[in-house]
Design a protein around this ligand. Structure first.
Ligand SMILES: Nc1ncnc2c1ncn2[C@@H]1O[C@H](COP(=O)(O)OP(=O)(O)OP(=O)(O)O)[C@@H](O)[C@H]1O
Length: 221
């Protein structure tokens, strides 16, 4: 599947946040969006998913315009920055709801075995993030949006999530945004930099320094 987002213009009051956006993601690839705080990455993901209505936008799936919100097609899953699982919900129920195998999850995340009958609120911030990221990555879909999946995770868990992304991308188009640029660089196939409201496709990593997203020499360290 090929997902394209084109011609986006987003304003809040009179402030222009996004203009001249183009983004393409496809099955088998991880497409990343990098950019400074407040540049509009979350807005862009929300627009792509259909949660946020801008002044203009064009979404194409396999070259055909999509005229309804992407979420209504049920082919996409979206991990927001905030927790989306109700705090009173038991983990066993969450896994049943999304038709995800608890046993396989425990093979990857042994320490979570004790939580099967716990409520979501009993977990730490990072543990909640792992559950939500795992569910969004593993649930049935063709397109996955991940807004900051690495934040709050310890290094080993980041590596496990990166492996999951690598496995799931075989059957899905994955679009990811995160500030942990080293992890983005190692786990993505295509990178867009969001700057001054527009996307720039990064052909060489040094462009991240040229466009002042990274300070000079960051890529050498
Ligand atoms: N509902 C809203 N009303 C007004 N302004 C908003 C609203 N949502 C976002 N903004 C503004 O739009 C801009 C982009 O916000 P967004 O959350 O997309 O940034 P971001 O790149 O995801 O930032 P971060 O990396 O810090 O999470 C910011 O200047 C923000 O203040």
């Amino acid at each position: 599947m090929i997902f394209e987002l084109d011609n986006v213009e987003l304003y809040f009051k009179n402030k222009r946040i996004l203009n001249g956006i183009y983004l393409k993601a496809e099955t088998g690839k991880v497409t990343a969006i990098l950019g400074r705080n407040g540049c509009g990455k979350s807005c862009l993901l929300n627009i792509a998913f259909g949660n946020l209505k801008p002044k203009y936008k064009l979404v194409r799936l396999d070259n055909k315009p999509l005229l309804k919100p992407l979420f209504s097609t049920k082919i996409a899953k979206y991990l927001p920055q905030y927790n989306f699982i109700p705090s009173e919900m038991k983990l066993s129920f969450v896994f049943k709801l999304y038709a995800i195998d608890w046993t396989i999850f425990i093979e990857n995340f042994e320490a979570f075995a004790i939580y099967k009958n716990s409520k979501f609120k009993a977990l730490s911030g990072g543990e909640r993030r792992i559950i939500e990221t795992y569910i969004i990555l593993k649930a049935k879909s063709k397109i996955v949006f991940l807004d900051e999946p690495f934040s709050h995770l310890s290094p080993l868990h980041i590596e496990t999530v990166k492996q999951l992304i690598e496995e799931e991308k075989k059957e899905k188009a994955i679009i990811i945004s995160d500030h942990m640029y080293q992890h983005i660089i190692t786990s993505s196939d295509i990178i867009y930099l969001l700057k001054n409201g527009t996307t720039k496709k990064i052909e060489k990593l040094t462009e991240l320094e040229d466009y002042k997203y990274l300070s000079e020499g960051s890529l050498r360290s």
